[in-house]
Design a protein around this ligand. Structure first.
Ligand code: SF4
Length: 277
């Protein structure tokens, strides 16, 4: 059995930056995280051991304490509320997400009907929405655009969306609007990871995607590779049924942007122990 690992598997720039900022801040005193810092339960559990308490609302944090804002951003009004209460904000929002928030705000202020190409309930999308005074439409398919003609359409994307899907969506927007302005806010890490996952799936017999099931970019990778080859999504090595892989000669491994290297290594060790090599 040959194992091929994507060179892009593991923490992306934005996640590494957020974890580094969180560890540094945790060493300086009590710390809260408004929602999970990143979309990986194993990493969040490790951070909890360092004293970072995950809360779902600012109301759970005493005045004057410190809070982490997650890599995929929080709503604008929460930032304002935290500052008004004297809560120290350590903002780990990834610069790519900041860019999407800023572009949405710019379009909104310039009178465009903002359209966010993304998942309605995703925290990042909700954070981008808040920069348009909650006036943006959120769509994930061109058929949601409808028949009505848009006067001024301004489009941004959730950072982890598929580029091809975004291009097709934007083509529909252009043909349905009098004027349109489009910002491609998909991040570079997502593009590289998705392209390499597709390539690797083409070269192997079976693909393993490692990452949190609550991670949009992990789910997207699974969607991409399973369109090419049989595949499985696991959060950790314990979930893998190695005995079901005996018919495959080559296994490919890729991982979401919030999957730590240790989880990927554990999976490789498990495969090598079972199949040898
Ligand atoms: S996937 Fe992209 S947008 Fe998300 S944290 Fe990583 S670099 Fe930032």
């Amino acid at each position: 059995m040959e194992i091929k690992v994507s060179p892009f598997a593991g923490f992306c720039y934005g996640v590494q930056r957020a974890v580094d900022m969180a560890c540094k801040a945790a060493s300086q005193g009590p710390l809260y995280s408004l929602g999970p810092l990143i979309h990986n339960p194993l990493v969040v559990a490790e951070l909890e051991k360092k004293g970072i308490k995950v809360v779902s609302s600012l109301d759970e944090i005493p005045d004057g304490e410190a809070v982490l804002f997650r890599a995929h951003g929080v709503e604008k009004e929460k930032e304002e509320k935290a500052r008004m209460r004297g809560i120290k904000v350590i903002d780990t929002t990834c610069p790519f997400v900041k860019n999407a928030q800023e572009k949405a705000e710019l379009l909104y202020k310039e009178g465009y009907q903002v359209i966010i190409f993304g998942e309605k309930e995703h925290p990042e999308v909700r954070s981008i929405l808040s920069y348009t005074d909650k006036s943006a439409f959120i769509m994930s398919h061109a058929d949601e655009i409808g028949q009505s003609e848009l006067q001024k359409a301004g489009v941004v994307s959730q950072t982890t969306r598929n580029r091809e899907a975004f291009s097709s969506f934007c083509a529909e927007i252009v043909s349905s609007s009098v004027e349109s302005r489009i910002y491609n806010t998909i991040c570079l890490a997502t593009k590289e990871r998705q392209e390499d996952a597709r390539r690797l799936a083409g070269e192997t017999d079976f693909m393993i995607v490692v990452g949190g099931r609550n991670s949009a970019n992990t789910r997207k990778l699974f969607e991409i590779v399973s369109a090419v080859k049989p595949a499985v999504l696991v959060e950790s090595a314990d979930e893998l049924r190695v005995d079901e892989l005996t018919n495959y000669d080559t296994i490919g491994i890729t991982a979401g942007a919030s999957t730590p290297d240790t989880t990927i290594r554990e999976l490789i060790v498990l495969l090598k122990t079972y199949f040898g090599g």
